[in-house]
Every structure is written in C-alpha cells, then in structure tokens.
Design a protein. Sequence first.
Length: 213
Amino acid sequence: MKTRTNPQMLCAVAAAALLLFSAVCAAAQDGENEAQPAPRIGTMTRHGLAGVVTSISESTIVIEIPENVSFSVHTGPLTRINGAGHAAALSDLHPGDPILANGDIDEQARTIQAIAITIQAPFAAQMFQTLRTSFGKTWTAGIVTTVQGNSITVARRDGQSQTFGVDEGTVWRLHDQPTTSATIRAGESIRVQLRTGASLASQVTIQGMTHPH
C-alpha cells in the first residue's frame, strides 16, 4: 500500500523549517553585530552560513548548505567553537553534524574564514535536509538580477536562475523589519518563501546589498 504525500503538508513542513533556519542565521548575525541592525548598503561579510558537515580534514570543514552547494570552512587558532552551550573543539565535529559558521564568506571560492562555529542540535540536520529537498519549490534565495513589474529574477548559489512573481498578498521584510516592494532592487540578497507551485512569493526577506552602490 502506497502512502500518498500531501503537498500542502510538505509545504507547511518546509515553511516551518525555513522559518527556523532564518531564525538560526539571524541569531548568529545579531550575535556578531552585538544586536545592531545590519547595514542597508555595503558588502555583505561576516554573517552566518548553516549546513551539514560532509568532511573534515586538518583545519578545514566542508559543509553542504540548504541551497545544495558546498562551502569549505577554514578554521584557525582564533576560531571559537561552541556546542550545547559550552566550548568545543574541532575534534568534537563529525560528518553529519549540523553547524552554523560565522565569518567572512568568499562566494566565488565558496569558502568561509570562520571566526565562530556553533554546533547545532541534532534535529537541525533533518531540517536542513528538508530545506535542500524543497529548495526552488517552496523557497528560494539568491541575488536579485532583474526586477520587472511584479516579476523578480534571482541568481541562486547553485548557478541556476529563478523567476517568481509578487502580488498584493506578498509580505516584504528588510532584515527583521516590515518594508514594501519599493525597497527591492538589483544586487539585493534575498530569501523568498514561495506559494504552492513556486510561481508566486508569499514573503520576500531582503538581507542587504552584495556590493556597495
């Protein structure tokens, strides 16, 4: 007997995972910025990137992030590693562990010079798996390349381009504050929650400009 998957249930699970994922990343950014709001304009550096450890070699950790790409996390003597509320070491990390790496990200090289690594609760690994599976379907993220009327196109980290629509029901956020569609422009880094069918956005969160303008 086959079990029929309910698309609405999958969307609900993915939406919940995305909200938790966003909260995890936002908490890391707040911690690094000492609760100061992120700048509206300026190169985006030193922020959190969450994923699951796939390999560890000497001082480098490779993680797969929910956008289905891998990043190399480089650690050093000053990198702080924490887990379950206490200090940890690189030797405490293993493949399959979910982590949040904070530091300067090189998008071209797909590397992070980590200043801090937080080992997440084990359930986060399943959350990241849900997000990987639903990426491009119930949510997407990337750099805005074009804004034409009610249509927005983003360049995703996995090299793909994705276009979605917005309407009067779309909720807009600038970091953690309400905003409007007038805020968005090419060059913005955004995270988008999509409605069933992936053609319309239910929420667009603007995270900042990727380059000074």
